[in-house]
Write a protein that binds this ligand. Structure first.
Ligand code: HEC
Length: 107
């Protein structure tokens, strides 16, 4: 196989890994830190991602993860039951996009 074709195939593989990286990462963060209390569309201990995505902005979601005690009050919860989670900036970004990907269509 000519070198140029090999280079083309390798770049295409890298590009697709890059493009799908965030989605996979968001799912991983979800499974590691959130799954016990949140599900994508069904109510668990906390509200489902579909419901969160339909009423909160990216900034609100990030704020809630970073400081649930303060933010749950502004969201109207009487008692805060979500623990503070220490996520890296890249994990925060990935999980926020993952949650917002559940925003119901036409909302
Ligand atoms: C121990 C259980 C628990 C874990 C783990 C947890 N949550 Fe929560 N979460 C809750 C509960 C309960 C609420 C409802 C608000 C409250 O109790 O403070 C909530 C609320 C939220 C809200 C605001 C909901 C709204 O009103 O729109 C967001 C956003 C959220 N969680 C995101 C996450 C993300 C992202 C993770 C993982 C990184 C996570 N939570 C992990 C229990 C949890």
């Amino acid at each position: 196989m000519p070198l140029s074709i090999k280079v083309f195939i390798i770049s295409a593989l890298l590009l697709s890994a890059l493009l799908h990286g965030d989605e996979t990462k968001g799912k991983k963060v979800f499974e590691t830190y959130c799954w016990g209390c949140h599900h994508q569309t069904a109510v668990a201990f906390g509200p489902p991602f579909a419901q969160i995505a339909s009423r909160r902005s990216a900034d609100e979601i990030r704020a809630m993860i970073t400081d649930p005690e303060a933010v749950s009050k502004t969201f109207g919860y009487k008692r805060n039951a979500m623990p503070k989670l220490q996520l890296k900036e890249s994990e925060l970004q990935a999980i926020t996009e993952y949650i917002l990907s559940y925003k119901p269509k036409g909302d």
